[in-house]
Design a protein around this ligand. Sequence first.
Ligand SMILES: Cc1cc2nc3c(=O)[nH]c(=O)nc-3n(C[C@H](O)[C@H](O)[C@H](O)COP(=O)(O)OP(=O)(O)OC[C@H]3O[C@@H](n4cnc5c(N)ncnc54)[C@H](O)[C@@H]3O)c2cc1C
Length: 305
Amino acid sequence: MILNDLEKIEFSDNSRLNFDYDLNHLNWFNIGGKSKIFLLANSLSDLSLFLNKYKQRSKIYILGAGSNTLFDDDIYDGAVIKLGKNFNNISKLNDNSIISGSSCSDKKVAEFAMENGIEGFEFLSCIPGSIGGGIRMNAGCYNREFKDILISVQAIDFAGRVSTIPSSKIIFKYRSTDLHKNLIFLSGTFKGTISIKDKIKKKIEELKNKKEYSQPLRVKTSGSTFKNPINQTNKKVWELIRESIDIQKVNKMFGDATVSEKHCNFLINKEKASSKDMKNLINFIKQNVYKKTGVELELEIILTS
Ligand SMILES: Cc1cc2nc3c(=O)[nH]c(=O)nc-3n(C[C@H](O)[C@H](O)[C@H](O)COP(=O)(O)OP(=O)(O)OC[C@H]3O[C@@H](n4cnc5c(N)ncnc54)[C@H](O)[C@@H]3O)c2cc1C
């Protein structure tokens, strides 16, 4: 890939372009090699400028908070784009709706909604991702998903065309949407219901406690690895995993890539697991669940290769 022309781009909002950039510290697993190109885009004009010069010469990966991404150990032979400063704003549109930049954390949006007495965003306080990642994944928990609050998405495609997509035009599925893969979400408009701050605060605390009780905290993980196989069985994926593998034994087989004892759909990088270790563990679980239960597990986490 020829890169000379990219090196000469002059950004107006201090966006940063790096070559052979380490991805390892940009995701929750702390796993991954380098990216041939890495762009921290601070504004829409800088992002457009880059897309215009890059001209889709190779693949692009949009990175949010990296809480659902497993990078490869080998170089990512394309561009990883992360949205920076100007995509981190949040404001109230009217009494019950909010517009949030894509790089805002879900937690920040939940808190903003609470401060402004808007109910319905509480579940976001339990998801450690960004608004952009949440829209892409139709993230959710405790019976709420992004689809329940999203009104529209503002996006730019890899060719530089900006559009607004109303949520009525989006097909939402369990942990995915039909939004085209060449879209970079810039912001989302969301709607809740008018309520009382204290009531919302209490609900957030309840949900957070529930999460803390059932899931491992402060570990290098990407959350749920596999989707619940809702079309194949009523059982939760963690039940299938638990009945198909001996966790203690498996945790000695793949280096630092391990299965959480607290929630076995959460895989953990104990310290220095490689992507290969993690993928071997993933495949081992998949094969054993299939052998034991006949259920084919589908990944929830995103592999970049
Ligand atoms: C401890 C823990 C708990 C979790 N609990 C939950 C949970 O309860 N419910 C749940 O649903 N998930 C959960 N997750 C998974 C994860 O937090 C969500 O999927 C989250 O929405 C991912 O957001 P992100 O910004 O980190 O996305 P990333 O991992 O950065 O990216 C995920 C996907 O979104 C795309 N993407 C990111 N930003 C943009 C953008 N601006 N434009 C276009 N595409 C974009 C990426 O290209 C990729 O396809 C958990 C993860 C962890 C580590």
